[in-house]
Design a protein around this ligand. Sequence first.
Ligand code: HEM
Length: 570
Amino acid sequence: MLNVQYIIVLLFFFIIAKLMKTISKTHSASNHPSNLPKSYPIIGSLFEISGNMKRYVQWTSDIVTSNPNLTFSLFWPFGQQEIFTANAANVEHILKSNFHNYEKGELFRSSFRDFLGDGIFNSDGENWKFQRKVSIHEFNTKSLRKFVEHVVDTELTDRLLPFLKNAADNKTVVDFQDILQRFAFDNICKIAFGYDPEYLSPSLPHEKLAIAIEKALKICTMRFINLIPGLWKTKRALNIGTEKQLRIAVKQVREFAKEIVRKKKQDIKGKESYDDLLSRFLSSGHSDENFVVDIVISFIMAGRDSTPTALTWFFWLLSDHPQVENEILREINRKSSETASAYDEVKDMVYTHASLCESMRLYPPVPLETKAALNDDVLPDGTKVNKGMKVTYHPYAMGRVEKVWGKDWVEFRPTRWLEREAAAEKWRFVNRDVYTYPVFQAGPRICIGKEMAFLQMKRVVAGVLRRFRVVPLVVEPVYISDLTSKMKGGFPVRIETRAEDESAAKRDPSNRLRPVRRSYMSFCLFYMYVLAHYYIYYCVLQDYYLIIEIDFFFQNIYFLSNTECAIFDN
Ligand code: HEM
């Protein structure tokens, strides 16, 4: 009986697979060159999308960089088409020349509305313009100086450095990704709302809020890239699964933000000058509490993830490039003897600046940026865009384009951003076109916090490296991304105190702590199992393609039915 069922199931899949192969031949031949994901009517490239969800950023990057015009179309189920591009001319067109045609779009806004409301990250048109106008004041030179000299420096000297000293003294393993995130969270709350959450305290409190933010962000991202669009709406109506979790998480985050807003309203009563962003918004006549809460949440999102992500990858790359670390140390020592103020010290750290740019070229904190077209359009490379289509530019791929960065694009080489001024024996920073390197976005919506981010990162690098060495305890970190580029499972490191007279040049790179490589036994066994599995199928059915199709089908079914959160498991 079992055998008959087995044969019927196989026969069914045989017919489906053959049918799809025939259909796909016609479909592919007319629309796609061979290196593109296979696409079928109705389901589009469902199989390949779901099979590559765990490395979605790298997968789309490989495809886009292997196409001569650096652009390709991905077909999602139910006829949705998304254009991916790493072509600088296209990026300039989307972000500047035809800016008004490319918005966040309704799909993005509705996916994130429960969490971000109408905050700056989730708004278009007049609403966005108003928030941008008010916020921009908070990022002038005076505020930035205050930010570095009071906020960042206090957090560094009172919290981060004592924490690292303690870790070095006790030889404890530290998740540096988590520590940097706590550091940035305290910073953004202080500068934007004048509130100190003390998230980087010695006990490393399990901050409920940070967990709720993380969860809300992941679930909203899942809504946005769900294979079955709109499925989340049914789940939300029924208040089940991830949608139920989202509701709880969002409630927590909004309660926290409401509390900050209420306190601030009390604080600014009778005041005439305002020294943080929230006071400025409240004094601009916006009394609608929900709207101000939306603004607060967007700024928390802007500040808490971006710089820690950038610094995590930076410290990892640095640990493998002692000559770069050495040069940075020389710059730090020279600057600290030349200037007294923290702001002036970091402002002109040219080599460190170049190293950070280089690190973000390989690991941009925001690896993908998606827009929606308001009207039909044609991109400069000739790609047709239909109204409502998703258009994604790909900073992660753009840092890997050989034509732009050269054959050694894979190398972490800060000098590609520098020129030697022979007479003065100094480095000079050579900026790149913002559309070739859109790590901070570009055009009217360019990141407001770009300068603030660089100042903060350079201050952390100088403060940490002057006193400590950060020694990774991972052989090769695994890249994952929800909205930002993270290390899967964190970044475990050991902190070592640097001797007063020590220069990185004296250091023997082989001293780096390298844990014993993970055993590959289980991996080999798994592969042997897969090979045996295919061999048996082959002997029985004599149709290799059918085997592949069936297996892909089962893998995708397994992927879809198991969990839609699979791409996010840390
Ligand atoms: C390495 C650090 C950072 C990177 C790579 C970065 C990158 C970006 C990117 C790609 C965007 C566009 C996002 C979108 O429209 O979806 C953006 C927007 C924004 N960023 Fe940053 N950011 C960084 C740090 C910061 C910091 C520290 C702040 C300070 C609060 C900040 C504030 C903002 C704001 C308010 C926007 C919205 C701008 C608008 O829509 O007009 N960013 N950033």
